[in-house]
Write a protein that binds this ligand. Sequence first.
Ligand code: ZN
Length: 456
Amino acid sequence: MIDFLLEANKKKDEILRDIAQLCQIPSVLDPTTATTGAPFGVACREALDCMLEIGKRDGFECDNVDGYAGHIDIGTGKETLGILGHLDVVPVNHEGWSTPPFEMVEKDGILYGRGVADDKGPLIAAYYAAKIVNELLPNPKLKMRIIFGCDEENGSSCMKYYFTKQPFPDMGFTPDADFPVVYGEKALAHYHLRGDIPQDNIIGIYGGVAANVVSEHCEAYVQGSYKQYKETFKAYLKEHSLNGSIEEEGNHTKFNIIGKAAHASTPDEGISAIVYLCHYLATISSNELVKFIDQYFYKDTHGKKLELMERGQMGVTTTNIGILHYKDGYVNSVVDFRLPHELSETELNSAISHAVQPLGLEIDYNYTPALFNDPKGEYIQTLHQAYVDLTGDTENQPQAIGGGTYAKTMPNCVAFGCQFPGKDHKMHQNDEEISIDDLIKACAIYAKAIYDLNQI
Ligand SMILES: [Zn+2]
């Protein structure tokens, strides 16, 4: 019986050294320095070169695919297991970090720095897991191909490009989400709605920052003196326990509501400022846009009124009107939909067209299909069992999520770790962190899973 935790612990110093090296590179998307061979800017290219150097140093075959992504091949074998991680990171705030963000700092067994958890740390943990298996298994069935891209945070164009130049591995996982294992990711669609809608008494409405975020702020400008709205609006804020304000601005009135931001895949954790403001505006205006939003989105984050509510094996449909911009009678809005695989793109499209048709708006959309792997199938079961063996946790089961990972870029791929249940790595936030123990345990789980996949 191999003690994978012991094996992973033997690699601890090397793992930390390599993560530290990658974290020094501020590999944030930078179109201003993009060139041929560095499509996402020089820093992303530098991170790619650094990872390729690590593979070469260890004596493996490496390949760079035009600066979009690269791979390291470990071992031989007829079938290929792909391990997909990313080297790009999201930007950092200039204030709010307790340590220099582009430096891996260790304090009391915790690593801090941009990328330690998303996704440089987990990528290195998985790389060492493959190395461990390579050392332990003389005639592996699976070749391990570590694939790393440079544009995951901005749409994964890196991996899409990579797979136009390289074959799909037979199966794969991406260490860029949660343990135990993610067997499903909902379909994702962003609908852009644009066009003219008569103003009635609405001068403008502005809310939201991104399609995939529940709007925290929304303001509206309405004709008429603030005296006529003051009482009802204040009562409305109180009734719904909302923060907001109403002000007189010349001969019109400015309304403002502060909601609560949340990721669009979990809209119930937020409070949509756009929806709550439109719900109020619908009581003081006959504007068709306001009525549309009120009708289809108020107290409905699951597409019930659009007839898109579906509670499938992956959970329930979610909807989020992330951006609303309405000025001079012209609307520009983006709505985020996440759908279980039981709902088709055609069903989604016809429901949206039906609802939007009376407004006469122009619709265009982008759609990424759902990913669904049988949670009872051998592949998911093997990964899950490796997690159970190393943690003893039989309570947390394979799950489905609303977010999208690299797993959607190739067939037979799932997200696998490395955030443990109950942990918060503060990804995309100040003071991103991961504990050394969790990283080493993740490495051991990956090694056990890869080892066991070789025995099937
Ligand atoms: Zn990530």
